[in-house]
Design a protein around this ligand. Structure first.
Ligand code: GLY
Length: 255
């Protein structure tokens, strides 16, 4: 099966993204669009067929498309994002995915942001965060467990999403920052600790060819991952980082 990545270009209202602190200087939609095009090119070089979902200039955060859908085996769960301003993002994404996957829906009061969902082979870890609640986690389990996958609820308190501070290098190895969650959650997996003050340094994308895409502003992560034997590519996503988003947030990947 061809590996596919769904992306959504940058909204002209990008400067209104939801952020924990007001960015100073304000966010720059043109710079973000340039970085987004480079991110797409990096995904393509890494073996993904990239499919672009139409841009919506009214939805500031919509380039963070990962939050709108969770791929579970051959199925896709269309989420109900945790922040009310982001709930309208899902319909265009569902329309783009519906011809390829059986779609499932998350119903109120459940909330899920895809950024809270970390898949490691048949193990799915889901952050219980400000954006994803227990009902949302149960909705994922209802699809995943009949397919033989396990779902583990992970308390997340110090970062926006679980994957704001942890991500997979392969099905058995992950990058982890202490602010993401307790390390013991991942007993049985190989955990590489990312040190430093920025948990997003542990957010990387697995490319379809087995390489790892790392944010250009985290050279220490690139060195750590290279030292582990992975081929590393880098791209500049600094403007998205200022909007509280990471590399994984910018695509829905199906390998
Ligand atoms: N700006 C990304 C988010 O808060 O969802």
């Amino acid at each position: 099966m061809t590996a596919v990545a769904f992306v959504r270009g940058v909204s002209s209202s990008f400067e209104q993204c939801v952020t924990a602190r007001p960015p100073d200087p304000p966010l720059n939609p043109e710079l973000a669009a340039t970085q987004h095009a480079q991110y797409v090119a990096a995904l393509e070089r890494g073996g993904y067929q990239v499919i672009a979902v139409p841009v919506d200039d009214d939805l500031a955060d919509s380039s963070f498309i990962e939050d709108t859908a969770v791929v579970v085996g051959t199925r896709v769960l269309i989420t109900r994002p945790g922040h009310p301003s982001r709930r309208h993002e899902v319909e265009t994404v569902a329309a783009a995915l519906t011809s390829r996957f059986p779609l499932h829906r998350v119903r109120r009061p459940a909330m899920i942001d895809g950024g809270d969902v970390l898949k490691m082979g048949s193990s799915i870890f889901v952050g219980r965060s400000d954006r994803t609640n227990e009902e949302g986690i149960l909705a994922i389990a209802a699809i995943a467990e009949p397919l033989g996958m396990s779902v583990t609820s992970v308390p997340v308190a110090r970062v926006l999403h679980l994957k704001s501070g942890v991500s997979a290098l392969d099905d058995g190895t992950l990058l982890w920052h202490r602010d993401a969650c307790e390390r013991e959650v991942f007993d049985g997996f190989e955990v590489l600790e990312v040190v430093g003050d920025d948990p997003e340094a542990a957010n990387v994308v697995r490319l379809a060819d087995g390489g790892i895409l790392v944010a250009e502003h985290h050279p220490e992560t690139a060195a750590l991952v290279t030292g582990k034997g992975f081929t590393v590519a880098t791209t500049d996503v600094s403007e998205f980082a200022r909007a509280d988003g990471g590399l994984t947030c910018l695509s829905i990947r199906v390998r």
